[in-house]
Write a protein that binds this ligand. Sequence first.
Ligand SMILES: [Mg+2]
Length: 220
Amino acid sequence: MKYKAIFIDIDDTLLDYIPCCREAFLAAMPEHPEYFDIFFQISGRLFSEAKHGLHTIADVMELYPKEFIATVGYPPEAVEPFKQSFRAAWGKTHVLVPEAKETLETLCKRGYRLFAASNSFGHLQRSRLAYAGLLPYFEDTYISMDIGYDKPDIRFYLEALRRSGLQPHEVLMVGDSMTTDVLGAQAAGLDTCYFCRQQETAPVHQVRTIARLSELLDIL
Ligand SMILES: [Mg+2]
């Protein structure tokens, strides 16, 4: 085997982000389902800015409920209850990306050590993986708010390597974000696999790209 271990992103790699987000939003604001698009646009912009270093993920977790509540004209006192309800519901969301479970199971059977590598709250991501039935496949979970650094910061990957006792050449990082998963891991010396579900997207040169998770089994 070329690699001993695989680091795998969670959102939009194993769990489908938009339906999970919609589910948590509807639980937190059942009276206004039509506000989801506003919420999603605000949180999406802030997370995208975080990928480029403008905020930490911890800041974004505080900023988007505030900005959303202000935008829809609720009073500031509504921020905290909305945020708490959203997080409580989010920790249970677990809509699977096709082939996620089967692929992890086969990788485990083949003897790969698996580690989750995600930007978020550790306890919420572990809870979601547990609800999805995926947590038992992972030897450990490296989540940015536990690790102390967000992907694509090279220190996130260096800390994950330190905790796992692995060398960069022993690990393949798999994820759907060119910025946080591919370029971040490459900077730390890891090989990478870009998971790009948009079939119409042109192949990305010089980056190993898969359109379905099970293709990972063919390239190892
Ligand atoms: Mg992702």
